[in-house]
Design a protein. Structure first.
Ligand code: HEM
Length: 466
């Protein structure tokens, strides 16, 4: 791939020189988003590094990323064939597999419509506008009780440990029609594996880039394979139960609706996309997997910012007190009336950039970007962190300033500014859970800020009741 002839009129990609076998692995260091941001200052928005034996093109700069992912979207919509991705969802993941464009598009459409219809269904009780709102309100009630309990007993808590169960229950409700207790060992052991997952998928897992590493003993890879197996078994057990109790006239949740889709498809002989039942029902695995860790990590960051900026927390509380009061629980309809909370969420996405890269992309054909030649099947990293901290886009990017998103009289969010924050990706592969995620982060936060005040003890978090 390195030695391909460059078509006339195009330039060769710039980039740092690389060592044999390990390439630029050492240059990447432990925070690749920072080292790659530094490199972008030297080599520009489009440059190439070599991670192990594999060339990787790194994209930075809002306009360049927009050009690649939206205007030339089809050219960059693939996923690379990485060793670790083969273990996710048994190699049948919608988000990580190298499915051909037609199959990926059909699965994505199916996933999107299942997610949308099951989050916007009417709630069981009339006071909720939709199922999503009902799940979030009920789960935050449980969460608050759990936190108050642990405060009474231990006087401190780890926010992620509790938040992750509440968020997992919201997506479990939609996918599987069930919830788990905060002390359920099966769920706890599963959701606590998420950190190891992100570590391998994040970027620069050696076994993905140096093929020989696949055959050497590798502790983090072993853990990764193990956690994917446990995750798959957990979901598989629930899916099997759904098959046995399936009733076409009573579609209970997303799993049922995917099973139903398999049945319908068998009746439709004209269907031109051939997909196995496993690939259809396996979509629920992606939705559940993507749906809890991303949101609970975001909410844990929120708690961290609340304790670090108590004056911001106080203003957020006052906004809720004035706009909603303290007697009724906030709802999704309040979103437009809480511009400071909305800005706080945008700033936490921007400042933390806790998903510094999208999932790696891959070029689907020979193409070019900003005049540089990019061959087919090149692995592409999108550096979201760089865009969120680019001094060309943001004044004082390293400071946490929620007000940067609010208009001058403090009554509205500046939507154009908000759209510059990159955390869900962009274009063809953009996150399909974005609307749900933004609603969920908003409502969980509005409810817990209304009811709780967080503060930091040395080394731990704590809270007290308003
Ligand atoms: C993909 C972020 C929540 C489902 C992605 C990507 C990012 C992302 C960065 C990769 C985009 C790319 O490769 O260019 C987030 C964040 C979330 C969140 C920050 C929460 C705050 C969710 C939720 C769901 C979900 C709640 C579903 C219930 C997916 C799926 C994909 C994806 C299925 C793969 C799309 C594809 O490959 O075509 N998300 N996500 N995400 N997300 Fe999310």
């Amino acid at each position: 791939q390195f030695h391909r002839e460059i078509p006339e009129g195009l330039r060769q990609l710039p980039g740092p020189s690389a060592f044999p076998i390990i390439g630029n692995l050492i240059d990447l260091g432990s925070k690749p988003y920072l080292s790659l941001t530094e490199m972008s200052k030297r080599f520009g928005d489009v440059f190439q590094i070599q991670i192990g034996m594999r060339p990787v093109v790194v994209l930075s700069g809002y306009e360049t990323v927009k050009q690649a992912l939206t205007k030339q979207g089809d050219d960059f919509a693939g996923r690379p064939d990485l060793y670790s991705f083969r273990f996710i969802n048994d190699g049948k993941s919608l988000a990580f597999s190298t499915d051909q464009a037609g199959i990926w598009r059909a699965r994505r459409k199916l996933a999107y419509s299942a997610l949308r219809s099951f989050s916007s269904l009417d709630g069981k009780l009339p006071e909720y506008s939709c199922v999503l709102e009902e799940h979030i309100c009920k789960e935050s009630e449980h969460l608050i009780k759990e936190l108050q309990n642990v405060m009474r007993v231990e006087g401190k808590f780890d926010p992620f440990r509790y938040i992750v169960v509440s968020v997992a229950n919201v997506i479990c409700g939609m996918c599987f029609g069930r919830r788990y207790d905060h002390h359920d060992q099966e769920l706890l052991s599963l959701v606590n594996l998420a950190e190891d997952f992100v570590q391998v998928v994040g970027s620069g897992n050696p076994a993905d880039f140096i093929p020989a590493m696949q055959y050497l003993p590798n502790k983090s890879m072993k853990k990764f394979v193990n956690l994917n197996n446990r995750f798959n078994n957990f979901v598989q057990k629930i899916v099997t139960e759904h098959y046995t109790t399936f009733d076409k006239d009573n579609i209970r949740d997303i799993t049922d609706s995917l099973i139903d889709h398999c049945e319908d498809r068998k009746l439709d002989e004209n269907s031109n996309i051939q997909m196995s039942d496993e690939k259809i029902v396996g979509i629920v695995n992606d939705l559940f997997g993507a749906g809890f860790d991303t949101i609970s990590t975001g909410l844990s960051w929120a708690v961290m910012y609340l304790v670090s900026y108590p004056e911001v927390e106080e203003r957020l509380f006052q906004e809720i007190k004035v706009q909603i009061g303290l007697d009724r629980t906030p709802t999704l309809a309040d979103r437009n009336n809480l511009p400071l909370l909305e800005s706080f969420i945008l700033e936490l996405f921007r400042h933390s950039s806790y998903l510094p890269f999208t999932i790696p992309h891959c070029s689907t054909k020979d193409t070019s970007l900003n005049g540089y030649f990019i061959p087919k099947d090149t692995c592409i990293f999108i550096n979201q962190w760089q865009i969120n901290h680019d001094p060309e886009l943001w004044k004082d990017p390293s400071s946490f300033i929620p007000d940067r998103f609010v208009n001058d009289d403090g009554t509205e969010v500046n939507k154009l500014e908000g759209e510059k924050v990159l955390i869900f990706g962009m274009g063809r592969r953009r996150c399909i859970g974005e609307v749900i995620a933004r609603n969920e982060v908003f409502l969980f936060l509005a409810i817990i800020i209304q009811k709780l005040h967080f503060y930091k003890l040395p080394g731990d978090y704590a809270l007290f009741r308003m």
